[in-house]
Design a protein around this ligand. Structure first.
Ligand code: SF4
Ligand code: SF4
Length: 385
């Protein structure tokens, strides 16, 4: 958990009115800036041209199966917790063309897919989302085989994180050690402070590139009082997080709960819609589909997001391995909170709470985890779901 600004770093102040300079510098440097903006009643992530597109004066209210935008009393630009979308869609797109093939008189001409991706600048990443990126890196590029499409996008990102001063009802990053402040993984980390008529950003530099960019923006050294205010906001955010999960024995308990009757009970509520996996910043299931046109002269191969909640996802010759809803929910939870540790040495959940907000059945993963912790099943001799 990081609820303090880094005392070993110099902290800087950029005034709200000077923030457009950040956009100008990054755009001049060839970056495509992606950040939060209002659309369809939600704060979504999209390509931004300037500060005016940020969700000025808006916040979100979240609960189980509930998300609402509400006007704030001030003009904060980052005064919300987290929206339904995650940054993974820019690195691991929901539909990615692996290659196209065109029939010519001389045979098939293969086109290696999409054009080179843009050089992204991610503005407004939360600490939990930076942690999620670290998990995706483990999946896509840290192992023996690297995903070249992900790597190409990932290499050039400039990350501007925003420390959380607003937390949602479904956030539990403090339990997962991933927030509310960013400890690393950014080029610049901003804390937005509104103090009466003063509106400014307390900035931590996380890389040489970050230092270079900051050097081109009007800024000054932060005072002790300004740093104190930043720390106060972060501490208050950490204290405001009421959802808790005791992760210490969780993997062990879950592994012993394979035959727990609770899976059936959850399955009676779960619609297996897969929403939780679509909004999750660390879920990475995909499938490959081939398409041809009606004349048979063009073909393309696409990689598309998939979900372990889809019955077809576990299809092998003769049928699906995880046929029942309980088997699929169990697979999802066991992977996030137990077997991910065996695979990658960490949890596959960063506590962003999106799966709670966007589950139409209002299933709260923290409530389920607490149930398993409080009612462990040690007898593993019963029949599997
Ligand atoms: S837990 Fe909720 S969001 Fe996930 S598949 Fe079940 S009903 Fe859908
Ligand atoms: S499992 Fe839920 S809370 Fe955890 S990272 Fe995924 S969406 Fe966020």
């Amino acid at each position: 958990m990081n609820s303090n600004l880094n005392a070993n770093k110099d902290l800087h102040i950029v005034r709200r009115e000077d923030l457009p300079q950040l956009f100008n510098i990054l755009i001049k440097d060839g970056h495509q800036i992606v950040g939060p903006t209002l659309r369809d009643g939600a704060i979504v992530l999209d390509v931004l041209e300037g500060v005016a597109e940020l969700p000025l004066g808006w916040t979100d209210e979240q609960d189980k199966a509930r998300y609402r935008l509400v006007k704030r009393k001030d003009e904060a630009l980052f005064g919300y917790s987290c929206g339904p979308q995650t940054w993974k869609k820019f690195l691991f797109p929901p539909d990615h063309i692996l290659f196209k093939a065109d029939k010519t008189r001389h045979g098939w001409r293969i086109d290696a897919g999409e054009n080179a991706p843009p050089k992204f600048a991610f503005l407004g990443m939360r600490a939990c989302d930076i942690h999620a990126l670290t998990e995706l890196d483990k999946v896509f590029i840290a192992g023996e085989y690297q995903d070249s499409a992900y790597l190409e996008r990932r290499e050039n990102i400039f990350i501007i994180s925003i420390n959380c001063s607003v937390v949602g009802n479904n956030c539990f990053c403090t339990s997962m050690g991933s927030g509310p402040g960013a400890a690393s993984g950014y080029d610049l980390a901003l804390t937005e402070i509104i103090d009466g008529d003063l509106h400014y950003y307390l900035i931590e530099v996380g890389s040489e590139k970050g230092e270079e960019v900051l050097g081109e923006i009007k800024h000054r050294t932060a005072s002790q009082e300004e740093i104190r205010k930043g720390n106060e906001l972060l501490t208050a955010a950490a204290q405001a997080i009421s959802l808790k999960v005791d992760t210490e024995k969780l993997p062990k308990i879950l592994k012993k709960s394979v035959e727990h009757p609770r899976w059936k009970e959850i399955a009676s509520r779960c619609l297996t819609c897969g929403n939780c996996t679509m909004v999750c910043p660390t879920c990475f299931c995909s499938t490959v589909q081939d398409y041809t046109d009606l004349r048979g002269s063009q073909a393309s191969r696409l990689r598309k997001w998939d979900s372990c909640f889809n019955i077809e996802y576990s299809y092998i010759h003769g049928g699906s391995v995880r046929y029942s809803s309980e088997a699929r929910y169990r697979q999802w939870m066991m992977h996030k909170f137990a077997s991910w540790i065996d695979q990658f040495g960490s949890f596959g959940c960063v506590g962003c709470g999106r799966c709670i907000t966007w589950c139409p059945a209002g299933i709260d993963v923290t409530e389920e985890l607490r149930f398993f912790c409080q009612n462990p099943l040690l007898d593993t001799t019963a029949k599997s779901a």
